[in-house]
Design a protein around this ligand. Structure first.
Ligand SMILES: [Zn+2]
Length: 322
């Protein structure tokens, strides 16, 4: 029942329950549905007719649309489609790229093809080549101009050898069929996003970027994002408040590790302080090892102890967190 998802006291969606029942992107959509303050009782409404009452005619129309949508495309079962959306949502890309991918997969971006479908414009030809209809697939992969940035990646061969028909086809292939690594999927979708963004900039009088600029920019953008979101910022500030200096002659060795799974590497940090909290020595290291969280913390302990020994500290106590 829908009413089970509503917090009656607050007259709002119960986010805890939503998170248990739905996928993150579904929660976001549901949270965006405004609720009536009167909290009326649940009732079934047929959304395909204006009066909310079921009619065979409207159901027939839906059946026709579904049939049309399946022509030439693959028929997807609910389970794998769900797995696909779940994976899409977990991409290690900045939020704006994630939302863009979501819209791309749903084909709701204002491409010329979509605007013609909605009767906003009448001409759907691509502004770059003037040869084909401008869909997202065309702007980001098919158009001769769009092909150039892909030439800097190892994906260009795939684009020429596979006969993708749409952006969704491409996404489905890299995520569900070829099962690309997170980093490869992130780079591919960020290139698509950058090409779309540059298309919008050019349409508004901006400069058209060179292929190598787009490629370099995507690499840098992702690397900055990955480093920023894996830094244990919160942990560090919380730990500061609780930090207790060592007693007597002891030194305190604090260690911590951060996993950069997309880059298959880990970062380790060691800080050694004396009994009044004075900083004695510190160490930061990046190791190109695909370790899990526990292994990384263990590695941090090992390096912390070895480091303390190296600088001649005999009495120490090692604890996690910097
Ligand atoms: Zn074109």
């Amino acid at each position: 029942m829908v009413s089970d998802l509503i917090d009656v006291e607050k007259k709002s969606w119960d986010v805890d329950i939503l998170n248990q029942v739905f996928l993150p992107f579904e929660v976001e959509i549901i949270e965006g549905i405004p609720l009536s303050n009167r909290l009326p009782v649940d009732k079934q409404i047929w959304s395909k007719t204006a009066n909310g009452i079921f009619s065979v005619r409207s159901a027939y129309k839906i059946a026709l649309e579904m049939q049309k949508a399946n022509v030439g495309g693959s028929v997807l079962d609910g389970g794998s489609l769900r797995a696909f959306w779940k994976k899409l949502w977990k991409f290690q890309v900045p939020n704006k790229v994630r939302h863009f991918v979501w819209r791309a997969a749903k084909d709701t971006l204002p491409t010329k093809t979509n605007l013609v479908k909605r009767h906003v414009i009448v001409d759907d030809l691509c502004e770059e080549c003037g040869l084909y209809a401008e869909s997202l697939f065309h702007v980001s992969m098919e158009c001769p101009k769009a092909r150039e940035p892909w030439g800097f990646t190892q994906f260009s061969h795939l684009l020429s050898s596979m006969n993708f028909q749409s952006s969704m086809d491409f996404l489905w292939y890299i995520v569900m069929v070829a099962k690309w690594s997170n980093a490869d999927v992130a780079l591919a979708v960020t290139i698509v996003w950058a090409l779309w963004t540059n298309r919008n900039e050019t349409n508004h009088g901006g400069m058209r970027k060179f292929a190598n600029q787009i490629f370099q920019w995507c690499i840098q953008y992702l690397e900055e994002y990955w480093s920023a979101c894996t830094l244990p910022m919160k942990k560090t500030s919380a730990a500061k408040k609780n930090w207790v200096p060592p007693t007597g002659l002891n030194y305190k060795v604090n260690v911590d590790g951060a996993v950069f799974s997309a880059q298959k590497s880990v970062g380790l940090g060691v800080v050694i302080r004396h009994n009044e909290g004075h900083f004695i020595a510190g160490l930061g290291k990046k190791l190109n090892l695909p370790l899990g969280a526990i292994e990384t913390e263990a590695k941090a302990f090992k390096i912390g102890i070895a480091f303390a020994g190296e600088i001649g500290i005999l009495f120490w106590k090692v604890t996690l967190l910097l």
